[in-house]
Design a protein around this ligand. Structure first.
Ligand code: PMP
Length: 451
């Protein structure tokens, strides 16, 4: 099996960097200007992670494509890391948003759209009671707070190398001795995350059982398949066992569907008949306009209501002035009604299959020890031969240099992947030519690495 030629990588990377730099003078000039007013020249610190030395500045986008300030057009498989899984600026969402913008954006009062969206989320995910937030991070935080309040227990459990947004309790990974420790790069943790959190490997049901036996765990916060360290699928029986154990130990189960909504209109939960106590969804739910939701069972609703005093309900740690604003709700309604529909998934999922087949053929032809996997309309290639069983294995297969080269090589040829791992997402506007374009470029990139 041919290995990747590591000695060639720096030269190839340099070639790509020069090509990128000379093709993007306008983006480079904006980045230079931004040094004065933005930390590191970017409005969000992780935008520094784009390969090429500076990020592309976007001029406009539509559907599955965008154009940068230098006039280059790209096929977008990053899609705002799922925030634009609907395709950029879907027409029904635009129409509803324009109407709402003209008639009041935020009130601290409800609109009828909130009820429509709550009813639709119940139809899709099965949970009967809903609340809204602006981000999936907040929806996770609020779910954790409620779980701690009503159980009442202090700790939560997460899986190794999970990502649930900037939730303090979740920035923990297993160290080499198998103990939970602050995740690398964790900025200013309020306390040692081992105080708040137990961490076990995904698919490790014995580990879950050991952790829950303490009786200290308020909730498990889990993606139903890991999607933030490559894709790690649950093994058969994992979710059944997780549900049985959490019930047996009085621990609540929060399923974070923010990314796994790629599995279908009702996410992984509907597709695999999961029965969480809470469900979190954010990112694409409002077509790219900020908005998120968290739903829970009737029992959780009753236990929560019993503990919230009206006099204090605005300062109890769950809220946000702009949460549940009328614009987000109007955008959610239009997106759920007309964009992220069953028909849309019937278009998107076969495209991800096509993407996976194309990448798998390139990997097999070159004989490199990589693999490609898929969850619904999300595909991902990983630099290991066999699919990882847990986050630790997936993280061990990460290769930052190689990843950057693959991403920059694609970017220089008109294809955008996320700056983290190797994820590609299909939108309702993505077409077969977009996918085939990636396959062609990916095949060329590997051929250069092994030749
Ligand atoms: N949950 C999951 C599974 C995510 O992948 C992310 C972001 N990547 C979040 C929550 C947080 O989303 P946001 O940054 O929009 O709050």
């Amino acid at each position: 099996m041919p290995a990747i030629s590591r000695s060639k990588l720096p030269h190839l990377m340099q070639r790509e960097q020069e090509r990128f730099s000379s093709a993007h003078p306008e983006s480079r000039a904006l980045f230079d200007r931004a040094q004065k007013s933005l930390l590191g020249g970017v409005p969000m610190n992780w935008m520094k992670k784009w390969p090429g030395g500076f990020p592309l500045f976007v001029d406009h986008a539509s559907g599955a494509h965008f154009v940068d300030v230098d006039g280059h057009e790209y096929v977008d498989f990053c899609l705002g890391d799922t925030g634009a899984m609907t395709g950029h600026s879907p027409q029904p969402t635009i129409n509803a948003a324009i109407e709402r913008v003209k008639n009041g954006i935020t009130f601290m009062l409800p609109t009828e759209d909130a009820i429509w969206v709550g009813e639709e989320l119940t139809r899709r995910f099965g949970l009967p009671v809903w609340q809204f937030a602006l981000t999936a991070t907040d929806a996770n935080r609020f779910s954790i707070r409620i779980a701690r309040e009503i159980t009442p227990r202090k700790k939560i459990l997460v899986f190794n190398w999970c990502y649930h947004g900037t939730v303090d309790e979740s920035f923990i990974t297993l160290d080499s001795s198998g103990r939970g420790a602050a995740r690398r790069g964790n900025i200013g943790p309020p306390v040692d995350p081992a105080v708040t959190t137990e961490v076990v490997e995904f698919n490790d049901i014995d580990g879950v059982e050991r952790a829950l036996t303490s009786g200290e765990i308020a909730c498990v916060l889990a993606e139903p398949a890991l999607t933030n360290v490559g894709i790690v699928h649950p093994e058969p029986g994992f979710h059944d066992a997780l549900r049985k154990l959490t019930r047996r130990h009085g621990t609540l189960l929060i399923i974070d569907e923010t990314h796994t909504i790629c599995a279908g209109p009702g996410g992984f939960t509907k597709a695999e008949k999961l029965e969480p106590d809470f469900l979190v969804i954010g990112k694409p739910i409002a077509g790219g306009i900020p908005g998120a939701a968290y739903g829970f069972t009737q029992k959780v609703a009753e236990r929560t209501s019993a503990r919230i005093q009206t006099a204090d309900c605005d300062t109890g740690g769950i809220g946000g002035t702009l949460a549940a604003n009328a614009l987000s709700l109007a955008a959610m309604r239009a997106t759920l009604h007309s964009v992220l529909t069953q028909d849309a998934f019937e278009h998107m999922i076969p495209l991800a299959e096509r993407f996976t087949q194309g990448a798998a053929a390139a990997i097999a032809d070159a004989g490199v020890p990589w693999h490609v996997t898929r969850l619904g309309c999300r595909a991902e290639y990983l630099f290991c031969k066999d699919p990882p069983k847990n986050g630790g294995q997936a993280a061990a297969a990460a290769d930052f240099e190689l990843e950057r080269y693959m991403h920059l090589h694609a970017l220089n040829r008109g294809v955008l992947l996320t700056p983290f791992h190797n994820m590609a997402l299909m939108s309702p506007a993505t077409i077969e030519e977009d996918v085939d374009c990636h396959t062609r470029i990916f095949t060329e990139a590997i051929a250069e690495l092994v030749s």
